[in-house]
Write a protein that binds this ligand. Structure first.
Ligand code: ADP
Ligand code: MG
Length: 399
């Protein structure tokens, strides 16, 4: 789960991390009220969307020379004008894709005099089983280019979670940032605070870009991106409460309500499968047959009629779907019960695209009979390869 920049900064401040003062705003009036609480004379109005690259982003509705999603304002009037221009419009950045994201929240914050921008991120490094601290002296809006063109300018320091953060880790981070004196000490302290927040909150990623050295010699977190391990959210109701569903794919939100694991993909063959492994294999075999899956969907062990119906609805809410492949192994659930569920759900949603069903397991023959006698144009398949070939052929035929 991702959260907004302002929420991440509020969380980090609880761990002692130095961030500029700022306040979220849902409308222009709130933006003005927020600015009035700040000392001025320099303010920054920042679009709050779950994507980076806002500074260099472009608003779809505004002209090509309009400013991006991070704007300096030199007066409260300018804060208001910028807030009015940004709110409700669609910001397109390198991370949003072409569709962009509508800006519904802003963050109004102190303008900082920047001497230099650095990069500091923490993430779970699955290969080493450690927390990796990735740092660079070349922070700011072009970090992707730094990673691509001059990867030697990025250093990685890993911390064994069983051992925890040791003073030498902090020194290594400060050294990699080439900081001296008080700034060096501040970087050591900051990296420890970030590590503590990262572990305590079960983060997946915590990215500070930029971390800045101010002209008066302080180290400040100017941007923060934070994501959390969804499987650990039950331990953090305060973090779970920060979820902003408007930033997520609506179909994925709907799926999570029905306890379905659904991820939207780019293809046109909808998949409904039980078990993540079987779902992965199903997507592979669709590709092997020259087509592309429209989604990953694991209905889980107990695929009830309600769940199957919810799954059909979610799959069909994607206009790209031209056919559906159901691949279910009836182990705990029996195939005849699943077949009943599929037939009822297909009638319920007025299924309008070809449907191929492959069932295997307990009572498979009864299950196939139910499908065959349903009066619905359901194509039955005998094995995974057969199912994939059939759905690809059905979709081609219908096109
Ligand atoms: P994004 O990464 O989404 O583009 P950032 O928060 O990193 O958004 O902002 C982009 C750039 O805007 C930063 O690299 C920094 O140069 C500038 N900036 C951001 N916040 C402030 C601030 N409070 N004061 C001054 N400059 C800022
Ligand atoms: Mg940034």
């Amino acid at each position: 789960m991702n959260i907004h920049e302002y929420q991440a900064k509020e969380l980090l401040a609880k761990y002692g991390v130095a961030v500029p003062t700022g306040y979220p705003a849902m409308n222009a009036e709130e933006a003005v009220a927020a600015a009035k609480k700040l000392p001025g004379p320099l303010y920054v109005v920042k679009a709050q969307i779950h994507a980076g690259g806002r500074g260099k982003g472009k608003f779809k509705e505004l002209g090509a020379d309009a400013k991006g999603g991070v704007r300096l304002a030199k007066s409260i009037d300018e804060v208001e004008a910028n807030a009015r221009e940004m709110l409700g419009n669609t910001l397109v950045t390198i991370q949003t894709g072409e569709a962009g994201k509508q800006v519904n929240r802003l963050y109004v914050t102190d303008g900082v005099d920047i001497a230099k921008e650095y990069y500091l991120a923490l993430l779970v490094d699955r290969a080493s089983g450690r927390v990796a601290m990735v740092v660079s002296t070349e922070g700011g809006m072009d970090i992707e280019e730094v990673a691509h063109n001059t990867p030697e300018k990025i250093a990685t320091i890993t911390v064994d979670p069983a051992q925890g953060f040791m003073p030498h880790h902090g020194r290594a981070v400060a050294y990699a940032l080439k900081l001296e004196g008080d700034l060096n000490k501040a970087a050591q302290k900051l990296s420890r605070q970030l590590f503590e927040a990262f572990m305590a909150l079960d983060c997946e990623m915590l990215e500070i870009n930029p971390l800045v050295e101010t002209t008066d010699g302080k180290l400040l977190v100017l941007d923060a991106k934070m994501s959390f391990d969804s499987n650990a959210l039950f331990r953090h109701p305060d973090v779970a409460a920060l979820r902003d569903e408007t930033e997520e794919d609506p179909a994925e939100v709907e799926a999570s309500k029905s306890d379905l694991a659904y991820i939207k993909l780019d293809g046109d063959i909808g998949c409904m499968v039980n078990g993540a492994g079987l779902a992965m294999a199903t997507m592979d075999i669709i590709k092997l047959n020259g087509a592309f899956p429209a989604n990953f969907l694991d209905v889980g062990g107990g695929a009830s009629k309600e769940k199957v119906t919810a799954a059909f609805k979610i799959i069909l809410s994607d206009p790209a779907v031209k056919g559906i492949l159901v691949n279910i192994f009836g182990g705990i659930m029996k195939c005849d019960i699943i077949a009943d569920g599929i037939v009822a759900a297909a009638k319920d949603v007025n299924l309008s695209v070809p449907l191929v069903v492959r069932l295997e397991g307990t009572n498979v023959q009864q299950g196939k009979d139910i499908l065959a006698n349903s009066g619905l144009p359901i194509v039955s398949a005998n094995d995974l390869g057969d199912a994939a070939r059939k759905i690809v052929a059905e979709v081609k035929k219908a096109a």
